[in-house]
Design a binder for this molecule. Structure first.
Ligand code: SR1
Ligand code: MG
Length: 408
């Protein structure tokens, strides 16, 4: 009887046995090595390699608590959700997610292709690399996975079955708390403010009742709008990239929620890269060039998404009433407004809350980090409070440039 018939959290030696037991990928006599390479907040990620041929695969296992803290008790069922969603997204957006090799619900783990020729996008952006094809790739991913899983396109009963299959209460609760509730007052006592910005945040964020009211509206949109099967955590740490190709990974927060949640996360994380560049590139010409590429990318993410969404709508819409003239644009406008709101929430929570991003924490100069955080929080307030004014990519950049001017 296999020792992998009952769940336990594996160590590297176990993972080698596991791969030999479950898969026929490596020859019986192959010498295998295994290292844990995960740097996310929740799971354990192992690379298993044939030492002789360098052929490798990834084994990802979910624990019963988050890797970042035992405070978060989490069902390992998130591994099933992640793997099933990867398979579905691979059908809807071919080539834009990694290949799944195995799903094992008993061990709460999955095996997938090793993306060795790729870098985690956050790291690459911090190193100021450009990816000219990113906007095109990510907008295909967003438009396809979001619109094609919605009621606009799907048979409504089939869609409801997916809503049930992807109920993800524990991971949703993390987002409800960390993204929506906690950044706007320290209600759970978990926020981690950068000391030099503490009083500014208390004055400009915690004391802004109108901002909290808008966050409340967005929170209940997130909790009640079963619009599309969303990725649920689409930051630049969930993207593997190189010059030619983009792969979206880690959809363990996936559930049926509002489309704008995914698009807003992409926008906010490009803005983190923008403030990082502003703070860390010394050569003024290179700084301007890199910020300009990021601005153009942000504009393209919104505008290409909108074009692809409307094109896909024309071909795929099935609901009879959704074919009504003008409904597509009305619907899209709502998604873009929600995108602005979510971008503002993500910008706020990564600075105020406990789950930080390296783009900000790696800024060593205190004054430059203060400025970077204040730009993010100022544009965040604009996105959240005035979200109904946001229609096009340019609107997002104008708000960013307005926020930058406040701290010149
Ligand atoms: C306790 S988990 C903290 C954060 O890490 C994940 O990547 C999500 O973004 C979550 O909010
Ligand atoms: Mg993740």
């Amino acid at each position: 009887m296999s020792r992998f018939n009952e769940y336990f959290l594996m160590k590297t030696e176990d993972v080698i046995d596991y791969v030999r037991d479950k898969l026929n990928i490596f020859p019986d006599n192959a010498q295998l090595s295994c290292v844990e390479i995960g740097d996310g907040n929740l799971n354990y990620v192992f690379r298993v390699e044939d030492v002789e041929t360098n052929k490798s695969i990834i084994v990802k296992q979910a624990g019963v608590t988050a890797r970042i803290s035992d405070e978060f008790k989490l069902s390992p069922d998130r591994n099933r959700i992640e793997t099933e969603v990867l398979i579905l997204q691979g059908e809807l957006a071919p080539g834009l997610v990694p290949q799944v090799i195995l799903l094992d619900n008993t061990m709460s783990c999955c095996v997938m292709e090793d993306l060795r020729d790729y870098t985690i996008m956050r790291q690459a952006l911090i190193s100021h690399e450009v990816f000219p094809k990113f906007a095109d790739h990510i907008t295909t991913f967003l438009a396809n996975t979001l619109l094609l899983t919605s009621d606009v396109v799907m048979d409504h009963k089939e869609k409801k079955k997916l809503v049930v299959n992807y109920i993800n209460p524990e991971l949703c609760e993390i987002s409800e708390d960390l993204v929506y509730t906690e950044p706007f007052n320290d209600i759970n006592n978990r926020n981690e403010l950068f000391e030099a910005n503490k009083s500014w945040i208390i004055e400009n964020i915690y004391k802004d009742d109108a901002l909290r009211l808008e966050a409340a509206k967005l929170k209940f949109e997130f909790m009640t709008n079963t619009e599309s099967l969303i990725h649920g955590d689409l930051h630049t740490g969930s993207i593997f990239i190189n010059k030619e190709s983009t792969k979206v990974i880690d959809p363990e927060f996936a559930f049926y929620g509002p489309m704008g949640y995914d698009i807003g996360n992409v926008i906010a994380n490009l803005i983190f890269a923008w403030v990082n560049a502003d703070a860390t590139i010394n050569d003024e010409h290179k700084k301007a060039e890199y910020k300009d590429w990021l601005e153009k990318t942000i504009i393209s993410v919104i505008d290409l998404f909108s074009n692809k969404f409307l094109d896909l709508w024309k071909i795929n819409v099935n609901d009879k009433l959704a074919k009504e003239n003008g409904f597509d644009r009305w619907y899209l406008n709502r998604v873009i407004q929600d995108t602005a709101g979510v971008a503002g929430l993500e910008l706020s929570r990564r600075i105020i809350g406990l789950a930080k991003v390296k783009d900000i924490t790696s800024i060593e100069d205190i004054n430059k980090r203060v400025k970077a955080e204040r730009i993010c929080l100022s544009v965040a307030k604009d996105y959240i409070k005035n979200r109904s004014d946001f229609r096009e990519g340019n609107d997002f950049i104008q708000a960013l440039n307005n926020a930058e001017r406040l701290f010149k």
